[in-house]
Write a protein that binds this ligand. Structure first.
Ligand SMILES: [Zn+2]
Length: 198
């Protein structure tokens, strides 16, 4: 199973070895060895695959699910940037059950999230590749500039006929709320494409 493979993978060694004095984090890590990793969630037959960047280490410490955005929890509890995204999706008649959502990197940085190297990319990208092959989506949505950059760098879609869309990351919308209408427009465009093409 993919989940087990991700858990067992130790290739991003530098990320998994915690260089941290925080006793709380270290204790937590003893209890949950897969801490700092994340897994996809959603409909495995979805037409739409949503790709975020990477798990948030600190959220992993407190969350029960290690899914991107803790999406389900955020919807239920009406909080977080996942909720902003879900509201836009729903306005475009796209439901949670219509999508599969995952992260490009399965391993997380303790601090700075933008320091991924091409080694990390090579280590982690095979899991996304497997997810794409299993789900076989028509559309892949890339959340934010970093995701677009790493995704294209990986050339993962070589010879595959899948359309990609670059969207704002909902956390950016959370910080720049005046961009909400533009973000909704991006989702409406996806709704149009789904209606017209699939
Ligand atoms: Zn990794």
């Amino acid at each position: 199973m993919l989940l087990e493979k991700i858990n067992k993978c130790e290739l991003c060694k530098d990320l998994l070895e915690i260089k941290c004095d925080d006793l709380f984090i270290n204790k937590f890590h003893e209890k949950y060895p897969a801490l700092g990793k994340s897994y996809g969630v959603g409909n495995k037959n979805a037409k739409i695959l949503i790709v975020g960047l990477s798990p948030s280490y600190h959220r992993c410490l407190t969350a029960k699910e290690l899914h991107p955005f803790n999406f389900k929890t955020q919807i239920q509890e009406n909080v977080g940037s996942g909720k902003i995204m879900y509201d836009c999706m729903r306005k475009c008649n796209i439901n949670f059950d219509d999508v599969y959502i995952t992260n490009l990197f399965k391993c997380s940085f303790l601090e700075d999230k933008n320091n991924y190297t091409s080694d990390h990319l090579n280590n982690c990208i095979k899991f996304l590749k497997e997810e794409i092959e299993t789900i076989n989506p028509k559309i892949i949505i890339l959340l934010g500039k970093s995701v677009s950059k790493y995704f294209r760098q990986s050339e993962i879609l070589k010879e595959k006929n899948i359309r990609t869309f670059d969207l704002f990351h909902p956390a950016y919308i959370q910080r720049n709320y005046s961009m909400l209408n533009k973000y909704l427009e991006q989702w409406k465009n996806i709704e149009r494409v789904i209606k017209e093409c699939y």
